[in-house]
Design a protein around this ligand. Sequence first.
Ligand code: NDP
Ligand code: A1CAB
Length: 276
Amino acid sequence: MDSQLKIGFVGAGNMAFGITKGMLSGNVLPSNIKVSAPSSRNLGRFQELGVAVTHSNTEVVCDSDLVFITVKPHLVPPVLSQISPHITDRHVVVSVAAGVTIATLEELLPENSIVIRLMPNLPCVVQEGALLFARGSHAKPDDVALLRSLLHCCGLVEEGPEAWIDIHTGLSGSGVAFVYLFAEALAEGAVKMGMPSALAHSIASQTVLGAGRLLRDSGRHPAQLRSEVCTPGGTTIYGLHTLEQGGVRASTMSAVEAATERARELGRLSAARSTK
Ligand SMILES: NC(=O)C1=CN([C@@H]2O[C@H](COP(=O)(O)OP(=O)(O)OC[C@H]3O[C@@H](n4cnc5c(N)ncnc54)[C@H](OP(=O)(O)O)[C@@H]3O)[C@@H](O)[C@H]2O)C=CC1
Ligand SMILES: O=C(O)[C@@H]1CCC=N1
């Protein structure tokens, strides 16, 4: 990767911060990053990392080679219209906005703009993200290789067809919150049975981490690992039976489905806004 490559973020929220932290754990220097937002409320934590901040989106674009669009989906059309006159053929534009399609991004930017649609998730901040991207019509293999080299420190980085991005949003972008809900409920179950809350939350988070690492590192199917925890007639199968009676499997599948459908809906809304 070119050590002089300049990276910009338009939008200074949680996802911009997560990707920045992930990239800084690799060989990206803070002096090569600039971030913009209208207010100062989120800028302090970037300054603490040594990253330059500004209130001007166009300044970020003019000073960057690769620009992440990290604003909420409904703001993508106005923000891209604002920065579009400053996008040139040297820029690679990477949007993380849920639902916003490559077609909408390309329509809002100058002809032949290099666009990549990325769906990251919050654990990028601890280099354990799960990121899926799809390339736009004018993105070249070098652009994709550049993005991969920047993001590899954020976690697992995969490329796929654009249709999978909304699904990945439900599975993993939002899925992180589903796992937190489960972790919270595990801890609350222990509190109900008499364990102090701080210890219960600490053990719940370690349980989620340990289960996740073993699942990933073993490469085994979750059902296989689950059966290894179940002693016949033991504690786990009693607990699993209760979860199944509560419909946890069906409701989790429905949560991924609902989040995916919502991403698709956000995509349709942003497409409608882009043609106004
Ligand atoms: N949070 C997550 O886990 C994930 C989020 N995403 C996507 O990332 C994007 C950002 O989400 P998230 O980081 O959570 O959002 P946040 O609300 O944390 O951050 C949004 C940022 O956009 C800034 N902003 C608002 N208006 C403008 C503008 N006109 N120009 C420039 N910046 C502006 C805000 O400014 P200010 O600081 O002044 O408020 C803020 O810094 C969304 O599109 C979302 O779909 C994708 C995957 C996961
Ligand atoms: O809730 C959202 O819309 C964003 C996208 C994925 C995670 N957070």
